[in-house]
Design a protein around this ligand. Structure first.
Ligand code: ATP
Length: 250
């Protein structure tokens, strides 16, 4: 069974303009899926629906077989522990007044997860390649790449089964980007990953499957290497033509 299934989902912010049009995709346990499309294609909107921050106008989203219903409080509490998100900007996503321990432990507090928070935070820091003493410092004492590691640690600390990443490496310089992609690749062996990006090259390096979104419609999806080796849709061909060199995930 799929961990996430999106079936014929449509959504509009205003009546005049549909943003998502009958979108269907599935994420299996252990899958890494790249959602690619140009700016304005609806990637973040789909992510918002997947997080239960908005409700589809039609169609449905299921998590582990159960309907994702933003109005169902008990379900949403369970769901929030299972699905965590990392955003693009490692500067604005961390509260500058809080120490790293408090930032990473936040989901443990808000989700009322019991246990030794110190130990859980230390494990999360270790998983993202930061030393335990990072816990006592403040965000301004870290580089952009390190801040993104902290944001990832905060996302994985409750032990999610699904990690959603929205342009999570787009703001980073090339070397840092490669390191964070490596970290996400490593994490994707123990959880499902939905990686939203306009950068098809990064998706090729990280994701087993790729979904191409154009103006709110999925125009192509499948095994990343297969889709990128022989793109069927002109939009995918155009996106690919703008990337000079790709290395495929095997
Ligand atoms: N709150 C909103 N109210 C009205 N329109 C919105 C809202 N949020 C997004 N939109 C519109 O929906 C469309 C899709 O936006 P979305 O952010 O989902 O695209 P995207 O593919 O994530 O783009 P980007 O890569 O630039 O972030 C855009 O045309 C945007 O202007």
């Amino acid at each position: 069974m799929s961990l996430v299934s999106v079936e014929h989902v449509s959504f509009a912010y205003t009546a005049e303009r549909p943003i998502l049009d009958r979108v269907s995709l599935a994420i299996a346990p252990g899958d890494s899926v790249g959602l690619v499309g140009e700016s304005g294609s609806g990637k973040t909107t789909l992510l918002r629906l997947l997080l239960g921050l908005a409700r589809p106008d039609s169609g449905e989203i299921r998590f582990d077989g159960a309907l994702l219903d933003p109005g169902h409080r008990a379900f949403m509490r369970h769901f929030r522990r299972q699905a965590q998100v990392v955003f693009q900007d490692p500067y604005s996503s961390l509260d500058p007044r809080q120490k790293i321990f408090s930032i990473i432990a936040e989901p443990l507090r808000s989700l009322r997860i019991e246990g030794d928070h110190k130990e859980m935070v230390a494990k999360a820091l270790d998983a993202v390649g930061l030393s335990p003493d990072a816990a006592d410092r403040y965000p301004h004492q870290f580089s952009g790449g390190q801040r993104q590691r902290i944001a990832i640690a905060r996302a994985i600390v409750p032990g999610p089964r699904l990690l959603l990443a929205d342009e999570a490496v787009s703001a980073l310089d090339l070397t840092t980007k490669v390191r964070i992609v490596d970290l996400l690749a490593q994490l994707s062996t123990s959880m499902s990953l939905l990686f939203v990006s306009h950068d098809i090259g990064v998706v090729a390096a990280l994701c087993k499957r790729i979904v191409i979104l154009e103006k709110g419609r999925i125009v192509e999806q499948g095994d990343t290497a297969a889709v990128l080796a022989a793109p069927q849709h002109p939009y995918t061909q155009r996106l690919l033509a703008s990337v000079p060199r790709l290395s495929f995930k095997d």
